[in-house]
Write a protein that binds this ligand. Structure first.
Ligand SMILES: C[S@@+](CC[C@H](N)C(=O)[O-])C[C@H]1O[C@@H](n2cnc3c(N)ncnc32)[C@H](O)[C@@H]1O
Length: 230
């Protein structure tokens, strides 16, 4: 599949540097390798990180024997869970090498490496050799200044549905997060529900649902129209 679009190079460099630096802090949110107080703060202020995981797994059903693409896979929490649940294959893409090292080590340790491939690439530069039943972009669009080409590429490489999270614009946390991350040289972007709907349609998805999950909009975008429920 050809790559007609490219991500802004400076954005990739900024994001790669930021996530290579932040790898241990980020992974410890999931692994709880923090003080009790820091873990408590994460549970309160990052509650939606756990909720979006539950949402994504529920909406990914069925998982067994299907092929998954995890864009911005980070330390591999979603990829590894798909593999544990019997996915035929999981491909994780990320631009931060340090994240991918955690993914590969975890997959080896758990005996899942034969069904997991972790690739150092931005989605727009990735030359997919196959399509995926399900693609996900969780905690990804926060860091993408031009989401439309990324959504179009997800549409292009997906045969069933794409599952994504977008941070909501109108929350008390949005301006605080914007300033906090700007000070650490990491631009962050926020979205309204209507903007997400327009982007998903323009990207070529036939149908979609948007669910408010804490301070996020979680989205399932379908390649084909859904059958009406009986
Ligand atoms: C907040 S982490 C989310 C990781 C994982 N999806 C999760 O929710 O646990 C964001 C990840 O997206 C990656 N990333 C940012 N921009 C990217 C891009 N253009 N292409 C691929 N990965 C990207 C970062 O390197 C980082 O590992």
């Amino acid at each position: 599949m050809s790559n007609e679009m490219v991500s802004p190079a400076s954005e990739i460099v900024t994001q790669r540097n930021y996530w290579n630096r932040e790898v241990q802090d980020f992974h410890s949110i999931y692994s709880h390798q923090k003080s009790k107080f820091a873990t408590f703060l994460d549970r309160v202020f990052r509650k939606d990180m756990y909720e979006r995981f539950v949402f994504t797994m529920e909406k990914s059903w069925p998982i067994q024997y299907r092929n998954f693409l995890d864009v911005g896979c980070g330390s591999g929490v979603y990829s590894l869970e798909y593999a544990r649940k019997g996915a035929a294959s999981v491909t994780g893409l990320d631009i931060a090498e340090n994240m991918l090292e955690i993914c590969r080590n975890s997959a080896q340790r758990e005996g899942l490496a034969d069904r997991c491939t972790f690739i150092h690439s931005d989605l727009l530069a990735y030359d997919a050799e196959k399509t995926f039943d399900v693609s996900i972009g969780i905690g990804l669009f926060d860091y993408i200044s031009e989401p439309l080409p990324v959504l179009k590429k997800m549409r292009q490489v997906t045969s069933d549905k794409a599952i994504m999270s977008f941070p909501r614009l109108w929350t008390w946390r949005a301006p605080i997060r914007k300033v906090r991350l700007a000070l650490r040289d990491c631009p962050v972007f926020f979205y309204t529900k209507s903007a997400i709907g327009s982007l998903v349609k323009e990207a070529g998805f036939a149908d979609y649902e948007i669910t408010k999950v804490g301070k996020l909009h979680c989205v399932v975008a379908y390649v084909n129209h859904r059958q009406p429920q009986q």
